[in-house]
Design a protein around this ligand. Sequence first.
Ligand code: FE2
Ligand code: FE2
Length: 241
Amino acid sequence: MFDDFPDLLARVERRARDLLATGPCCHDWDHTCRVRLLAQEIQRQEGGDLQVIELATVLHDIGRPQEILDQGQTCHAQLGAVLADKILLEEGVADSALRRQIAECVRTHRFRNRQGDTPASLEAKIVYDADKLDSMGAIGLARSFHFAGRVGARVHNLPAEALNSPSYSKEDTAWREFLVKQSHLAERLLTATGRRLATDRLQYMWEFFSRLNQECGYPAFECGDAQTNEHGDARAQSRAE
Ligand SMILES: [Fe+2]
Ligand SMILES: [Fe+2]
């Protein structure tokens, strides 16, 4: 399908790594490598074109540094798709259909229920699921605490404090991110393998927060309570992903 795929992949990796070097550690090259491993794991069960998936995972967040630079005016998935197409062309992928397939995986990895943003191909669904899985489990927790530290948030807080506060505030804790977003991710994944892996990671996160609440002397919190905040309002807004 691709001429000399290992060499092409190595060249694309170098370019993606350079582009991601200026990004924050939550979405750095390490994240890209983990997403790639997860995508390989899902592909072994679900099938799909592994070469397309590998190139798409390597390129999926290359628009992120620009999005951070202009404080969210750029959508990193949209920009990433344009950059991915350009890089692939420059690296000798002459087949426009193949480039489009990979660019679509990049464009739709940030699925937010907008029309036309839904991952359509199996490869795009796998890239989407792999990216979301890296926000879950032990690594998801580690990334959340890292992010909370960067924005100056508290280490932990009560559900009412977390759910009634805006994102990027002092109350934008890892617990808040879990309640608002991560605890709902498993049901939004698009492949059976992705959902299975997500369910396992979600269970670990509940166990972790249950223990954390206990150690902090906070009341126990049940899974179903994560649907609404203390006033029964709609979910608080999650931060941009
Ligand atoms: Fe992304
Ligand atoms: Fe990502």
